[in-house]
Design a binder for this molecule. Structure first.
Ligand code: SER
Length: 589
């Protein structure tokens, strides 16, 4: 039986032998031609890094390419745990950029699937294909159907019971509204081993629905350009874009009905089984898939945060933790699973950064504190997603899923309106304070004020808790901050402080405030001068919510609503102010 590593290698060797240039996998983080990260968050198909070339640009590797591409898709994250859905998967693909077209593409697909020596040695009696049925813009794909007909005839099988015409929905492929596009032919394999005599169209649809036949490969004939979802004309070249999910291919080759039973998952699941006190299959599968996805995302430089890619990573890690809690695996074991997966793939996609497990562990440590108390509240009946988010750091989607698994639903509108009210309130607070005494302060000064809070906390993080504010002066051009510290800061310390502040800006942390008795502020560990200066109640400004909370400081405001408005923070000068007091001048750019 072929292993997944052998399958991957056979695929690349097969196409290399047929004059394809084998490309290394691109990073999971998508970039445009200029190397800027772009709006689609992750590579979701092997063709994605190749879009400019499918649109007509010359590829340095030539007109025939092949790769095994790392992919992440999170649109079906709730389905992970069934037989076929994964958030991380590998896509095998071969491409023609205006060189070969339907004839060779189909011939090679068939050859690779069935050849015992060079390919997968699958049984042609269990193979079924679909072709494009046509629509108002593009004709029914008789050419592709004709090529398949010849192949099935040659092997003594009735093409009428093997080839099915399907509509635009399943056999028209495009990467988005503005993308190269084209009709496709998809190959399906009977995983039961019983559907060997051919099927009628209806029987095929039913078998597909029941996952008795599963799609294993898609050949797209990319010859059209789409804009805003409409075909606007032919591409300069007729291209081929194919994609075969390694996990599914491995599943059929290894005779399994479920991707988690393949060798791509067996060691990981075994290790989870060993560590879980209350083993349960679905949770184990979710943990295996999510830690694998986290490992690959972190290795490609994604860090957990509250935005975009970072948020997806955070959500995946937290989902893994909730499931670990459910089947009673100690959280520290999750890092062992991470390392196990890292080792499994180490030689496949280049050396993984050994230290990436630290990013994973940090995120676990961050959430661990609140997860258990949050879950307890949830068990006790707390269903207010707003409270669970602001107090316990539960992402909204997670609250929704937890409720769903108990057959309940969560009021989405209520959550969003409370979030909005919460944000409006802190803005209103800022405006009121603005009028009361701080009038005349420009937007820039308000920004510097918030940056000062971040700086204060970052200095304490880097230098130690002996750091306290000794003075602050803000103009629309810069901030100046005096603090207790005995030595000159090293360039590394300065850089680290800058980095932390900029990370907090990137994390898009909301700022809120509340009036609390002085005693409470002190008990919460808020920063501020606990002298006679304050009255009975004080205003406490908080940057970030729940376990994301970064700064808590007694202050009159005003502040911005969210750190993401601050721009880039830069320390321009660090110098002595007086004995034991240092002074920093910094700007926001
Ligand atoms: N782009 C097509 C897919 O993802 C073929 O590679 O299925």
């Amino acid at each position: 039986m072929l292993t997944s590593n052998e399958i991957r290698k056979r695929f690349l060797d097969f196409f290399e032998k047929r004059e394809h240039t084998v490309l290394p996998s691109a990073s999971l983080v998508t970039t445009d031609e200029k190397g800027q990260t772009n709006a689609t968050l992750f590579n979701t198909a092997g063709m994605q890094p190749l879009i400019p070339y499918l649109l007509g640009e010359e590829h340095p590797g030539g007109g025939k390419l092949a790769s095994s591409q790392k992919c992440v898709r999170t649109n079906d994250i709730e389905e992970v745990g069934d037989n076929t859905h994964l958030t991380f998967f590998e896509m095998l693909g071969n491409w023609s950029l205006g060189t070969y077209f339907k004839e060779d593409a189909i011939k090679w697909s068939f050859e690779f699937l069935t050849s015992k020596d060079e390919g997968l040695g699958l049984d042609i009696n269990r193979l079924y294909v679909t072709v494009f049925a046509g629509n108002e813009n593009v004709a029914r794909d008789e050419e592709a159907a004709g090529i398949w007909r010849a192949i099935f005839n040659e092997h003594g099988l009735d093409p009428e019971k093997r080839i099915f015409y399907l509509s635009s929905k399943s056999n028209w492929w495009t990467a988005g509204p503005d993308s190269p596009a084209g009709p496709s032919t998809e190959m399906f394999y009977d995983v039961t081993g019983t559907l060997v005599d051919g099927l009628t169209h209806e029987e095929f649809l039913k078998a597909d629905d029941e996952q008795k036949v599963v799609e294993i490969w898609n050949d797209v004939f990319m010859a059209f350009e789409q804009k805003a979802g409409k075909v606007v004309g032919p591409l300069p070249k007729q291209n081929v874009d194919t994609g075969a999910g390694l996990e599914r291919v491995t599943m059929v080759v290894q005779g399994k009905t479920n991707v988690f039973e393949t060798d791509l998952f067996s060691d990981i699941l075994e290790s989870i089984k060993k560590d879980a006190l209350m083993y349960q299959g679905i949770s184990a599968r979710i943990i295996a898939d999510h830690i694998k996805a986290s490992m690959f995302l972190i290795s490609d430089g994604v860090v957990p945060s509250n935005k975009d890619r970072g948020y997806i990573l955070r959500r995946i890690i937290r989902r893994a933790m909730v499931n670990a809690q459910k089947i009673e695996i100690p959280f520290e074991k999750l890092a062992d699973i991470f390392v196990l997966i890292q080792k499994q793939y180490d030689s496949v996609y280049g050396t993984m950064q050994a230290q990436s497990v630290v990013v994973f562990q940090d995120e676990i440590a961050k959430f661990e504190k609140t997860l258990i108390s949050g879950l307890k509240e949830f068990e006790k009946g707390e269903r207010d997603a707003f409270i669970l988010f602001t107090t316990y750091g539960f992402p909204f989607e997670m609250v929704k899923e937890l409720a769903f698994s108990r057959g309940e639903s969560i009021d989405e509108n209520d959550f969003h309106s409370k979030m909005k009210e919460h944000q409006d309130k802190s803005r209103l607070g800022a405006e009121q304070k603005f009028k009361g005494g701080l009038a005349g302060h420009s937007d820039m000064e308000v920004k510097y004020h918030t940056a000062t809070h971040l700086l204060h906390q970052a200095l304490r993080d880097v230098l130690g808790n002996h750091v306290f504010q000794k003075g602050s002066n803000i103009t629309p051009e810069r901030l100046r901050f005096d603090f207790s510290h005995n030595e000159k800061m090293t360039p590394e310390e300065i850089k680290r402080v800058e980095q932390i502040v900029n990370e907090k800006i990137k994390d898009s942390l909301p700022i809120s405030f509340q009036e609390v008795p002085l005693e409470d502020a002190r008990n919460k560990g808020a920063l501020g001068l606990f002298g006679d200066k304050y009255g009975e109640t004080v205003t406490l400004y908080q940057i970030g919510n729940g376990d994301e909370m970064y700064s808590l400081e007694i202050c009159g405001g005003p502040h911005v609503e969210n750190t993401n408005t601050l721009g880039t923070f830069k320390i321009q000068k660090e110098e002595a102010s007086s004995a034991g007091i240092r002074r920093i001048k910094a700007v926001l750019e």
